[in-house]
Ligand binder design. Sequence first.
Ligand SMILES: [Zn+2]
Length: 285
Amino acid sequence: MTSALQNAYFEQIQQLVELQKIDDAIYAANQEKEGAPRDLEELEARFQETETQRERILDKKSHLEAQQKRIDQEIEDDAGRLKKSKNKLMQVANSREYKAMESEMDTMEKISRSRKEERLTLLEELQTQEEAFKAIEGTYQELSAEVTKKRDGMEGRLKKIEKQLESLGKKRHKAAVLIPQPIFQRYEFIRKRLDHPVIVAVSEGVCSGCNIAVPPQTYIELQRGQQILSCPNCQRLIFWADHFQGMDGRAEAAPKQDAAAPEPDANPDASPSTEAAETADAASA
Ligand SMILES: [Zn+2]
């Protein structure tokens, strides 16, 4: 058997849980709304970093390529000069002149050799940079496409969230006006000061808001189901999970058995009994 006080209590808990469900959706939408631009910023920062690295590699590459071009030209010039000298050598009769030219050619060959060595080192470095470029290019292209996609999708996503929030706001208003004012105000008071959510189930003696056992006296009172209580630890509103079906803390708060809303003819105006509600609220204060 349930008393009128219990009936009022169950109805109020149900109303609060309904409101909590709407607030859960609002909370999730707001999280997404705040998170979406942050996600994009993070992605853009990652892209920027990759782009800077990629440009640095490209700079190095083009610098090395210019050096290679210059050295190739110098090697070609060396070869031309050496060929000319060889031809000249054929025509020299005087042995002193011959020796002088021979030594000059020797020097030229030495220079040419060291240039070729320099070229090899250059080619190795160029190879390293080309490999680095190949390694970064894939990531760069992927991130670039991802940034574009996310930027394009952002506006639509935010608009959708706004619309969702608007309709949730209306739904919330409808749910809120059903709740007796003092109880609604108590809910709002907690909502504005504490972390989400406001009302939670107590299951097997443990508050699902803070995961701490409620004191035995509070638990006994909670099981009586006559007044809306707060968790002494986290201050959230609590209800006993066993009073309701399918409890997962915040899901359906449908009273078990016949403990639900008052009989239609027992309470003809069918609106929440303000008197009972206030009694319940005052009793818990
Ligand atoms: Zn708690």
